[in-house]
Design a binder for this molecule. Structure first.
Ligand code: NCD
Length: 306
């Protein structure tokens, strides 16, 4: 039993929820590796509503539902649904609630999934609302860290790139702040972490330092380095994007031989990091993708069976 029925923000997920979600994800991961047939959501339907581009989140949710023996209904993209004709999110919510047992939704407007969820009785999952939050990516990220590092407690975590618009960063800071983390926030001044998230870190007595440049020394003692894409589509002014996009480029030479941190990235990546980093044993971003299906299976199962 989880402490929430609708997953809209990462701060809803408490430590007990994570234990339950990780334990079930471990079971699914094991079954998937043995190609065991799973029928836990046989007869159930997921509605997948993406009003913004997505590859990983959408396909991994849909894969997760299929692997659980459930079915998926979807609109091809936001532009082929009735919202294009002017239907409100409120009415869309009331309608889809009657078709599906659970709804996953992505939307470009911050807080819109929360607004939509008010008109839905079934579970709703926020798969990204503008530059606000992406709580299920933070489940993927924290499950990856837990699996690769053995624990989420007392970690030194560096966040690099677009900390202002990067919703996956916002959600992961919320989660890791519950585990006595030491953070390094590394970005251009323009792309710094919003104050409200620094407050989350402070209020939970985590320590943090901010840097406006990146070098080997800053990264040396981390347990986790979380790299993000500069979110071009969120800038009001493309000149600001050009000015900021390369300020914290991650060069392979910054990852020294004694650097033991795992390197994560929610993907897609563009040109914020050196492709040769892929060759390092620390690079775990493709493994991270592998963790996304069992943890999303675990979430879908747990919400449908609350
Ligand atoms: C991220 C997103 O959509 O916020 N991608 C993802 O869900 N894995 C990160 C990004 O777009 O940069």
């Amino acid at each position: 039993m989880l402490s929430f029925q609708k997953l809209l923000r990462a701060d809803q997920i408490n430590k007990g929820d994570l234990v339950k979600l990780f334990n079930r994800a471990d079971i699914y991961k094991d079954k998937l590796s043995k190609s065991e047939k799973i029928t836990d959501l046989d007869g159930k339907i997921l509605a997948s509503l993406f009003f913004e581009p997505s590859t990983r989140t959408r396909l991994s949710f849909e894969t997760a539902m299929h692997r659980l023996g459930g079915k998926v209904i979807t609109v091809e993209d936001g532009s082929s649904s009735s919202t294009k004709k002017g239907e409100t999110l409120e009415d869309t919510g009331r309608v889809i609630d009657q078709y599906a047992d659970i709804i996953v939704m992505r939307h470009p407007k911050p807080y819109s999934v929360e607004e939509f969820s008010k008109y839905v009785t079934n579970p709703v999952i926020n798969a990204g609302d503008g530059d606000n939050e992406h709580p299920t990516q933070s489940l993927v990220d924290s499950y990856t860290i837990y699996s690769e590092k053995g624990s989420l407690e007392n970690l030194k975590v560096g966040f690099l790139g677009d900390l202002k618009y990067g919703r996956t960063v916002h959600s992961l800071v919320n989660i890791l702040s519950k585990y006595n983390a030491s953070f390094k926030f590394i970005s251009s001044e323009y792309l710094a972490l919003p104050d409200k998230l620094k407050t989350v870190a402070k209020n939970n007595s985590n320590s943090f330092q901010e840097y406006q440049t990146v070098n080997a020394e800053i990264l040396e003692d981390l347990d986790v380095l979380y790299v993000t894409r500069v979110q071009r589509e969120r800038f009001d002014n493309q000149d600001d994007y050009i000015k900021n996009k390369d300020v914290c480029y991650l060069d392979k030479k910054y990852i020294s031989a004694k650097n033991n941190s795992i390197i994560l990235h929610p993907l897609p990546r563009v040109d914020e990091m050196d492709k040769f980093i892929d060759e390092l044993p620390n690079a775990k971003y493709f493994e991270q993708v592998g963790y996304s299906v069992p943890i999303r299976m675990s979430l879908l199962y747990s919400l449908v069976n609350l």
